[in-house]
Ligand binder design. Structure first.
Ligand code: NAP
Length: 239
């Protein structure tokens, strides 16, 4: 027979963490796990600053960047492969000790719904780990209409990142009028003036991404010819 408490420790060790951070080992304290959800097509400094701000303001233990798998809502839009979006996310987060990138959604078969992701994470992590789902405030306004919205509110607290001056009324009204309960925190992030679509347009036009996203991400985009980039064009003298 195991001494008292040892069964719990074994159960903790036997969890299948995959590339997710093991968290919750000490039952006497509460842990806070940030899940940064986005398409990240591509990831940029706005996302990174938002996650760092959430880490500080909400006292998170770690932030997992989780590129969306096959997004339910973008079935008719061209989205860069999960493999490329994950690789760029990994490069962008590699040097921050409290950031990590996960394949949790990109490796999942079929359409990936946030409700399913959060339910799987809730089952994996012990009860002393609180889940914080961080995403753009536009997405938070829509969350009430997502599949199984009630389960999302039950399993995680929500964090909506906005740029200064963003009108929160739509998101707040949608949340208030919803029959489900959501715990939402809004964060104002000046760097979110940067957007993925702006980066894609700049690549298409042969313009630099310097200071908009980490150089490693820019290198990956050009090496793999994403967003209409031509490998040789970047870094060469203008003609
Ligand atoms: P989106 O509609 O493309 O983005 C909405 C806005 O939020 C954009 O301005 C976007 O800027 C920004 N944004 C996105 N992720 C962000 C983040 N983590 N931090 C700060 N700003 C962010 O939304 P999306 O990126 O495709 O999806 C956001 C998350 O919601 C994903 O995890 C997705 O799986 C989930 N989602 C789930 C469902 C569902 O389950 N039915 C439906 C929709 C979305 P950028 O374009 O610059 O990123």
């Amino acid at each position: 027979m195991h001494p008292k408490g040892q069964e719990e420790a074994l159960a903790f060790d036997e969890r299948e963490w995959g590339d997710l951070p093991p968290l919750g080992e000490d039952p006497s304290r509460t842990y806070r796990l940030g899940i940064m959800g986005g398409t990240f097509d591509p990831i940029h400094h706005g996302h990174l600053v938002a996650a760092e701000q959430a880490f500080d303001d909400l006292n998170l233990d770690v932030v997992v960047f989780m590129p969306a798998g096959r997004p339910a809502f973008k079935q008719n839009k061209k989205v860069t492969s999960g493999e490329d979006r994950y690789a760029m996310t990994l490069l962008a987060t590699a040097d921050n000790p409290h950031f990590t990138a996960s394949r949790f959604e990109v490796d999942r078969e079929g359409v990936t719904y946030t409700a399913d992701t959060l339910e799987l994470l809730r089952a994996l992590y012990p009860a002393n780990v609180e889940l914080y789902f961080i995403t753009g405030a536009d997405a938070i306004a829509d969350v009430v209409r997502w599949k199984d919205a009630g389960r999302i509110g039950a399993n995680a607290k929500l964090v909506g990142a906005t740029r200064p001056g963003y009108d929160l009324a739509r998101a707040q009204e949608a949340i208030e009028e919803s029959p489900y309960t959501f715990d939402v925190t809004y964060l104002e992030v000046p760097a979110l003036a940067i957007s993925s679509s702006y980066l894609r347009e700049r690549v298409m036009a042969g313009q630099s991404l310097r200071y908009l996203t980490p150089d490693q991400v820019t290198g990956y985009i050009h090496k793999h010819g994403l967003y209409g980039a031509s490998g040789g064009r970047y870094g060469q003298a203008r003609r």
